[in-house]
Write a protein that binds this ligand. Structure first.
Ligand code: CA
Length: 229
């Protein structure tokens, strides 16, 4: 019996790739929706409200970046995790994917097994957490089950990845946290490329923290520390 659940939208114009991904995700327990061009994918995301979107960047009609930007802009999909697919040769795409704030990305060709692992990691981090519901540290209050974040009692919108990242810091205040530990917990694995993913997400998170961003300190050679005492 599959242990996973959730609805995943695959936006990919190469039908054999889309079918292969879809087959493997269904076998892992997910419900799968397919779209074969950018505009159809965008419409499907807004209409179906999937739990995760797998978005190829090179798409006919409307490219993956434009779709991604629209999804982030619309309140219905602003927090939906997005895993981007890029071609190996497109280094520029990969960089842009990281900078744009996608939750994760995979470079083609990839193994279906790797993709399912990545999807599992992302889906895990948006699941409600049993036990203590709220964590309060300094000006930060995090409601784990609803993934709501309050900064000095003001509700601030975070993506699921930003939330998980902040939660990791808030649950370990005044401690220098190793970047590999952060990557392993928040993204489910750690490697050199994803080191950059961490930094771009941290940059975006800090922007949302306003003046409180100075509580998040970069610890050279190690990672980050949340200073609250
Ligand atoms: Ca494509």
């Amino acid at each position: 019996m599959p242990e996973n659940s959730g609805k995943i939208l695959i936006v990919e114009d190469e039908r054999d790739v889309a079918d292969l991904i879809g087959f493997n995700l269904e076998r892992a327990g997910y419900e799968v929706i397919l779209a074969h061009d950018g505009l159809t994918g965008q419409d499907a995301a807004l209409r179906e409200r999937p739990d995760l979107v797998i978005l190829d960047l090179m798409l006919p009609g409307k490219d993956g970046y434009s779709v991604f930007k629209e999804l982030r802009r619309d309140s219905r999909t602003a927090h939906t995790p997005v895993l981007m697919l890029t071609a190996r040769a497109q280094t520029e795409d990969r960089i842009k994917g990281l900078e744009s704030g996608a939750d994760d990305y995979l470079t083609k060709p990839f193994s279906p097994k790797e993709l399912v692992l990545r999807v599992n990691a992302i889906m895990r981090r948006v699941e409600p957490v049993p036990g203590a519901v709220e964590v309060t540290v300094g000006p930060f209050r995090l409601d784990k089950n609803n993934m709501n974040f309050y900064l000095s009692d003001e509700r601030i919108d975070l993506t699921s990845t930003e939330f998980k990242l902040l939660l990791f810091l808030v649950e370990r205040p005044d401690t220098a946290l190793d970047r590999n530990d952060i990557l392993r917990t928040v993204w489910g694995y750690s490697d050199e490329v994803h080191s950059r993913t961490l930094d771009t997400h941290m940059k975006r998170l800090r922007n949302k923290l306003g003046e409180s961003s100075n509580l998040v300190e970069t610890v050279r050679g190690i990672g980050y520390r949340l200073n609250v005492s």
